[in-house]
Design a protein around this ligand. Structure first.
Ligand SMILES: Cc1cc2nc3c(=O)[nH]c(=O)nc-3n(C[C@H](O)[C@H](O)[C@H](O)COP(=O)(O)OP(=O)(O)OC[C@H]3O[C@@H](n4cnc5c(N)ncnc54)[C@H](O)[C@@H]3O)c2cc1C
Length: 359
């Protein structure tokens, strides 16, 4: 039986160590507990909800969150056997595809609250290849699926067979194939649905319109598990590829300070003016398509080390804004705003945030 708690600080639940209290808070370890919390929520006048993974990609407001934060700790990692796989048509289609290619894959069902670090350890233990690109990527599987997390040329969509989610208002479980998840660059159907709801609420003219749009927005989908396609390979090779990525991150990222990863998405080359493209041609990367790294643009604009209160553009990796001295969410938001303005006026490029901003 999960208890909904009141007035819980979000600061230590965010990798940024920023944020005020949530009016209501509950932690769930399986889909049944999640359903129960969503039912109990109705007795509390149906507060809006926010699903939290590891908080590695979210900026909470200093004033907190007036609603129910559900910390997703839905666990479990299971290699599916043939019988279980056959119960899903998506899985069967994927298996047939793999047979044609000549390399039979293993299907692994993973709870959305599983830490990617634990999933990677499982992959090494069971000699499962295909997920090495995620070495050192923090957060939960649910957060990664929602934002189609990616690095080193890989993206979570490359591993997905199907995703299960729970509708927060009907409590129905939905299963989606990889195509139905509508994955794109750092996005998925789970993220775009939510963003268009926020937009509708924001654009509502009157307070009553805002409230009714807000209520309508309550039916969001909470990812509860995903089935991944992985392949049996040599364990030592898998472990060393993962370690390479971890070492790279330790070297390049400002992990010594609280942070939430890259603040802005990288810039697709077609959005970069020719003059800049010529100047920074050597920095173009193919990850997952031709992009100009935003970190490079921020560096050439001399924005490394730019400060606002306790927030600072990292000198090590300028697409990270670090909390170097008790930053507030206002510090971070103001700094983000300033960076966007400078880049827009200097280069005519509109930077787009990658993080979830609860402000
Ligand atoms: C040092 C560092 C490096 C990083 N490097 C990368 C990188 O290389 N590539 C990359 O893509 N990202 C990167 N990130 C960002 C982050 O790690 C990923 O986006 C991660 O997948 C977020 O997972 P989370 O559990 O922490 O999500 P949270 O931060 O808790 O939540 C992020 C968003 O996902 C939603 N969400 C979380 N769980 C669920 C769920 N079960 N159902 C529905 N919605 C959900 C939340 O509501 C929120 O909107 C980095 C972050 C850090 C701190």
């Amino acid at each position: 039986m999960v208890r909904i708690q009141k007035n819980i600080s979000l600061k230590n639940l965010s990798n940024y160590r920023i944020g005020g209290p949530a009016s209501f808070f509950a932690e769930v370890k399986n889909p049944e507990e999640l359903s129960q919390v969503l039912k109990d929520r109705k007795k509390l006048e149906n507060p809006k909800i926010f699903v939290l993974g590891e908080g590695t990609n979210v900026l909470f407001k200093d004033s907190g969150f007036d609603g129910l934060v559900i910390k997703n700790k839905i666990n479990g990692i299971k290699i599916l056997d043939d019988r279980e796989s056959k119960s899903s048509s998506f899985a069967k289609a994927s298996k047939d595809k793999q047979r044609v290619k000549g390399s039979e894959s293993q299907r692994v069902k993973v709870g959305a609250g599983v830490l990617l670090e634990d999933l990677l350890a499982f992959c090494i233990e069971n000699s499962l290849s295909g997920f090495q690109w995620a070495g050192g990527l923090p957060g939960t599987l649910g957060g990664a699926v929602r934002g189609n997390a990616g690095a080193f040329g890989g993206e979570i969509k490359d591993n997905i067979i199907e995703v299960e989610s729970l509708d927060s208002s009907t409590l129905e479980i939905k299963k989606r194939s990889v195509n139905q998840c509508k994955f794109g660059y750092r996005t998925s159907v789970f993220k775009s649905q939510k963003e268009s709801e926020f937009k509708r609420v924001r654009e509502s003219k009157s307070q009553s319109e805002k409230e009714s749009e807000s209520k309508r927005a309550a039916g969001q989908e909470i990812i509860i598990s995903a089935t991944l396609s992985l392949t049996k390979r040599n364990r030592d090779d898998i472990a060393s590829k993962i370690q390479e990525k971890i070492d790279y991150r330790n070297l390049k990222h400002p992990l010594e300070y609280p942070n939430i990863g890259s603040i802005f998405k990288n810039i697709p080359v077609e959005k970069v003016p020719q003059k800049i493209l010529k100047q920074l041609r050597d920095s173009i990367k193919n990850d997952p398509f031709p992009i100009l790294p935003t970190a490079k643009l921020l560096a050439v604009a001399s924005l490394k080390g730019k400060r606002q209160g306790g927030a600072m553009v990292s000198k090590k990796h300028p697409n990270f804004i670090i909390n170097f001295n008790n930053a507030t969410s206002e510090d971070v938001k103001t700094l983000i705003h300033k960076l966007k303005e400078i880049i827009k006026s200097k280069y005519g490029i509109e930077l787009e945030e990658e993080i979830s901003n609860l402000g």
